[in-house]
Write a protein that binds this ligand. Structure first.
Ligand code: FES
Length: 127
């Protein structure tokens, strides 16, 4: 499956706001996100391992105050940005679902796989 552009490389600042992008799964349309951490784009499904809702309290606000962890706004689960593994809070032993991303030609792309793929216009949102 071919890479899908998300944003320009310049839009993704180290430890700064993430960029959300639409994805689809078997049960409907949902959201992925990408952040830059240690110079590299890191992509995940925007779905907390605790309850399965979006992490960001405002769109794109994924990092905690230290800029070292991704934090869920609902109950405070924190995740390692480089692996998506739970680093504290109610997500213990779980991880964010990785969405493969790559960077080239001054652009960030995501890579669909068997479970997370490009939404079609007719894909309903997951409620
Ligand atoms: S829903 Fe994310 S910590 Fe509870």
């Amino acid at each position: 499956m071919s890479a899908i552009p998300i944003c320009s490389s310049a839009a993704l600042v180290e430890g700064g706001d993430g960029v959300r992008f639409p994805v689809a799964m078997r049960d409907g349309q949902t959201v992925g996100f990408v952040v830059r951490f240690q110079g590299v784009p890191r992509g995940y499904l925007n779905r907390c391992a605790h309850v399965g809702i979006e992490l960001d309290w405002q769109h794109g606000k994924f990092f905690d105050g230290s800029r070292l962890y991704l934090m869920c706004s609902t109950h405070g689960a924190i995740y390692a940005p480089d692996s998506g593994r739970c680093a504290g809070g109610p997500c213990r032993g779980q991880s964010l679902r990785v969405v493969a991303v790559e960077e080239h030609d001054d652009t960030i792309f995501w890579l669909p796989d068997q479970q997370v793929f490009a939404p079609q216009a007719s894909t309903p949102p997951i409620s």
